[in-house]
Design a protein around this ligand. Structure first.
Ligand code: HEM
Length: 546
């Protein structure tokens, strides 16, 4: 039903009750991340609105009316109405900084064609080729965490991790640590200002954003031009290679400008979302040792975890994707701790939703988080229960719009396969090679802006660091545990069954290769490295009473 009313008139249909909450740019009140925005109000605020006014209600954003939409059926209508009922509408600064060639700025046929070119970047074949790099980046990161004598701020470090993943996997850059740090800082400057007021004056956020974007583009261009040299001797390609090839295949060779904008957009979309999900995954594994143990059981059952070590050769894409329980864990993390709260659109025509008329020109926000939180298909909706996604229960089978961490419709997340692969590898590495615990007494509070993350994971020196890794040995905790273990007379196998592994001097994360050596020695009858007189540093985890 198309109404001839002006956008500012009260709509027909059910009365739109109004609550006036204005979010402001630059004040941190409106924060927009990746391809989606989230507003200041917390979920409690929206829950009370929903109870009062229903699943489609009016609120305000930046002084403009906004319709907030919850519930599978309503969300389905919005998402399936892309280009027809609704379209994306970015703030001016975002459009300019991401560039005219970005997916964010394309609609209709151009959007469809661009997605087709991108599809190959996330194909099964491409993911297979990225896997070794993903694993390498994760392993390196865990090694750095483990050697850090101080507690690690997981959210901040996860941001670094997801940035490294994006730079290495998507761009295939091989940069020094120093260059990586510089790139990361520049990228953060870009992200911080992508949603600034579009005032191009010295010292404005917008100008800083433009400068950061230009620096990033320069770096990317240099790397692209040097690419033939860099690829020598590589046995797999990166996303940039795949993108260039895919564009050629689709008869639309990309210009340098298009390539630069595309890569920045991909890193931008991957950065905060993946960092949020990684942090939530780690938190849930910490909170639910039984889940972690069940994951380890699955890895053992599939021969991926043997004698307390991950068997490198077993980590192939098909193996990883066939791990059913792991899949349930990742799904449950993304359901309960959905990184992106929703997506924003603008109505291109007046239409009706759940008895409410939405006038042309109004903003519409479909809420992923609220939809997850209120969906009747999920039993005991607030509980972290990965088994709800098991084959027997399959609570998400009721209809795809009840569960949508990656959005839906023609603008659904392009990188969802890459994101889930990354999270799976992270979970495997954590379960198979790490030992970790909370350094604080309690779990931090979770906030939902700019993406969902623990409060204390925000930047800031201790004591603001919250979800942290800790060197147990330094706290004397391990010693206590070792004593207890000694008293209980636990064998190595018993300990492994409980998911307890040797902890190296460096800290929580054990030195896996050294443990492998040690265990191999025990199993295959090779001489014990200590008896061989190897220096302790080379063996790593062996001062644990072995
Ligand atoms: C756990 C991690 C991730 C989550 C939860 C997530 C979530 C989402 C959501 C909800 C949307 C749709 C937004 C809307 O409807 O407006 C989206 C779009 C998008 N995502 Fe992701 N994302 C993740 C990781 C990634 C990664 C790793 C990449 C790429 C490397 C990526 C690339 C994109 C792109 C390019 C779009 C825009 C698609 C379009 O406009 O056609 N995302 N993502």
């Amino acid at each position: 039903m198309v109404s001839k009313r002006s956008p500012n008139e009260p709509p027909e249909g059910r009365r739109l009750e109004e609550n006036t909450t204005v979010a402001l740019y630059g004040s941190g009140a409106l924060v927009v991340i990746g391809p989606c925005c989230v507003s200041l109000q917390g979920s409690g605020f929206h829950a009370s609105r929903r109870q009062k006014y229903g699943n489609v209600f009016k609120t305000h954003l930046l002084g403009r009316p906004l319709i907030r939409v919850t519930g599978a059926e309503n969300v389905r209508k919005v998402l399936m109405g892309e280009h027809n009922l609704v379209t994306v509408d970015w703030p001016q600064s975002t459009s300019t900084l991401l560039g005219p060639n970005s997916l964010a700025n394309s609609i209709g046929d151009i959007h469809r064609k661009r997605r087709k070119v991108f599809a190959k970047v996330f194909s099964h074949e491409a993911l297979e080729s990225y896997l070794p790099k993903i694993q390498q980046v994760i392993q390196e990161t865990l090694r750095v965490w483990s050697s850090n004598p101080e507690p690690v701020n997981v959210y901040r470090e996860s941001q670094r991790l997801s940035f490294h993943m994006a730079v290495r996997v998507l761009l295939g850059f091989r940069v020094s640590d120093e260059e990586m740090r510089h790139l990361f800082n520049t990228f953060q400057e870009f992200v911080d200002n992508v949603f600034s007021l579009p005032i191009d004056l010295p010292f404005t956020g917008y100008r800083k954003g433009i400068r950061a974007r230009d620096t990033l583009q320069k770096g990317i261009e240099k790397a692209i031009r040097e690419k033939p040299l860099c690829t020598q001797g590589k046995d797999y390609s990166d996303a940039l290679d795949v993108l260039i090839e895919s564009a050629k295949e689709n008869g639309a060779e990309l210009t340098m400008q298009e390539l630069k904008e595309s890569t920045i957009e991909l890193i931008f979309a991957a950065f905060a979302t993946t960092a949020s999900a990684s942090t939530s995954l780690i938190m849930q594994l910490l909170r639910h040792p039984a889940v972690l143990e069940k994951l380890r059981e699955e890895l053992r059952g599939r021969g991926i975890l043997q004698n307390g070590c991950l068997c490198e050769g077993e980590l192939r894409l098909e193996n990883i994707c066939s791990l059913k329980y792991l899949d349930c864990v990742i799904k449950e993390v993304l359901r309960l701790f959905t990184p992106v709260s929703g997506g924003y659109r603008t109505a291109v025509q007046t239409f009706e939703l759940d008895g409410v008329q939405i006038p042309k020109g109004w903003s519409v926000m479909y809420s992923i988080r609220d939809t997850h939180d209120t969906s009747a298909v999920f039993k005991d909706v607030d509980a972290f229960d990965p088994d709800r996604f098991s084959q027997e229960r399959s609570e998400d089978k009721e209809g795809r719009f009840h569960y949508l961490p990656f959005g839906g419709g023609v603008r659904n997340c392009l990188g969802k396969q890459l994101a889930t692969l990354f999270l799976r590898v992270l979970a495997i590495e954590l379960a198979g090679s790490s030992r970790f615990e909370l350094a604080t007494r309690t779990f931090p509070r979770i906030i939902t802006v700019p993406v969902l993350h623990p409060t204390d994971g925000l930047k800031g020196p201790p004591p603001f660091t919250a979800l942290t890794w800790t060197a147990k040995r330094r706290n004397g905790l391990l010693k206590k545990e070792e004593k207890e273990r000694g008293r209980a007379g636990e064998s190595e196998t018993d300990r492994e069954k409980k998911g307890i592994k040797n902890v190296g001097k460096a800290g929580v994360l054990e030195q896996r290769s050294a443990v492998c050596k040690l265990r191999a020695a025990q199993i295959e009858g090779t001489p014990h490295p200590l008896k061989e007189g190897l220096p302790l540093e080379q063996i790593g985890a062996r001062d644990n009473g072995l």
